[in-house]
Design a protein. Structure first.
Length: 365
């Protein structure tokens, strides 16, 4: 049943004094009346909404057009949910339009909007599994005449829905901020299946290029760079970037003295101090700038070429690392702890270093 019954509603004193305040009562009165008709609204032709809501006539005169739309929408959604869909549903809808006193153009626009909304929901349901089967395509084609939707409009809706689903799938695949060849191929196959294009400029956006480079650094076949320095045999450099090399040091800020003491006079001008004096050193850790230069991340080590000298850290000497927004702290097996300040590309350095230290199957010894 499209509509439901409501208990008999009569306007009270407030509604009679302020009839504009009982818009809801008028709507319920209408729906209660319509609930008494069969689904095809047979027999409704001889009635008019203005007569049914006569106790609320002030409301109807002012808000009748706005109240009629939701009732028509509710009826359409009910009828379109029936299986099989009645072939003469347009005739049934016309009965309701005439009863409600709706403008023909207003009703036509509303029916078109509701029909496209129904089609859109079916589209989204069919595309949600990233596959549009032959049966689903046939079902969509059958809906067009049933809902009175023009083929060109349906084609445009399908294209937009497919593009939306394609973008949703892209977001799902890049939740971990990685985008590799396998994921890109899946997107291209999905676009081809839906009959839409995957714009190259979308894949070449700044964000997606960064995700692709993340994947390359983490899982891709790394290629050595021509860095212009003499590396060891079999050694390749994968990334170079300017850094400032700091080391953690400790220094004493002050010395505090304390403890119970006593001063005893032995003779004129001669005193003896009794008790003990506690000495407390207050120290702090700080970062000392050691050098600035270029850091090379190779398959064997971290190689630093600075203005004052060169340093190297084979990976077997690095126990762990801690990334920060402006650099990396390296925990070594011995010696001072370095902090490498990196102005940009900390994310690149972190991903590649993690692969060199812990990546399975990488030659980094």
């Amino acid at each position: 049943m499209a509509f439901k019954f409501f208990p008999e509603i009569k306007p009270g004193i407030l509604q009679r004094l302020f009839p504009i305040a009982d818009k809801q009562g008028a709507a319920k009165k209408l729906e209660d009346f319509l609930a008494g008709f069969p689904n095809d609204l047979e027999g409704l032709d001889k009635y008019r909404a203005a007569e049914v809501v006569r106790p609320f006539r002030v409301i109807w005169r002012k808000h009748g057009k706005a109240m009629a739309g939701p009732l028509l929408s509710k009826y359409l959604r009910f009828v379109w949910g029936l299986k099989p869909l009645p072939e003469d549903w347009p005739k049934q809808a016309d009965r309701l339009v005439v009863f409600l006193g709706m403008d023909t153009q207003q009703a036509k626009l509303l029916i078109s909007k509701e029909a496209q909304g129904k089609y859109q929901k079916v589209l989204e349901e069919y595309l949600s599994d990233n596959h549009l089967s032959k049966e689903e395509k046939l079902s969509l084609n059958r809906l067009l005449p049933e809902l009175r939707i023009e083929p060109e409009i349906a084609k445009d809706m399908l294209s937009k829905a497919a593009e939306t689903r394609l973008e949703q799938r892209l977001q799902e695949l890049t939740q971990n901020e990685r985008l590799g060849p396998q994921e890109i191929q899946e997107l291209k196959d999905l676009a081809a299946h839906f009959g839409v294009e995957l714009p190259e400029e979308r894949l070449e956006s700044k964000e997606l290029l960064r995700f692709q480079f993340y994947w390359y650094l983490e899982s891709g076949p790394l290629k050595g760079l021509d860095v212009g320095i003499n590396l060891r045999k079999g050694e390749e450099a994968y990334l170079s970037l300017p850094v400032a090399w700091y080391e953690y040091r400790s220094r004493t800020r002050r010395i505090n003295y304390g403890g119970p003491t006593a001063r005893i006079r032995i003779a004129r001008g001669i005193y003896w101090s009794a008790g003990s004096l506690g000495v407390e050193r207050v120290s702090e850790d700080y970062l000392k700038l050691m050098d600035t230069g270029l850091l090379y991340i190779t398959n064997k080590r971290l190689l630093f070429m600075g203005q004052k000298g060169n340093k190297q850290l084979p990976y077997y000497r690095i126990l762990s690392y801690e990334p920060f927004s402006n650099g990396l702290t390296l925990q070594k097996d011995s010696g001072p702890t370095p902090f490498l300040e990196i102005e940009s590309q900390v994310d690149f350095a972190t991903i590649l270093l993690d692969r060199m230290l812990f990546g399975a199957g990488d030659d980094n010894n």
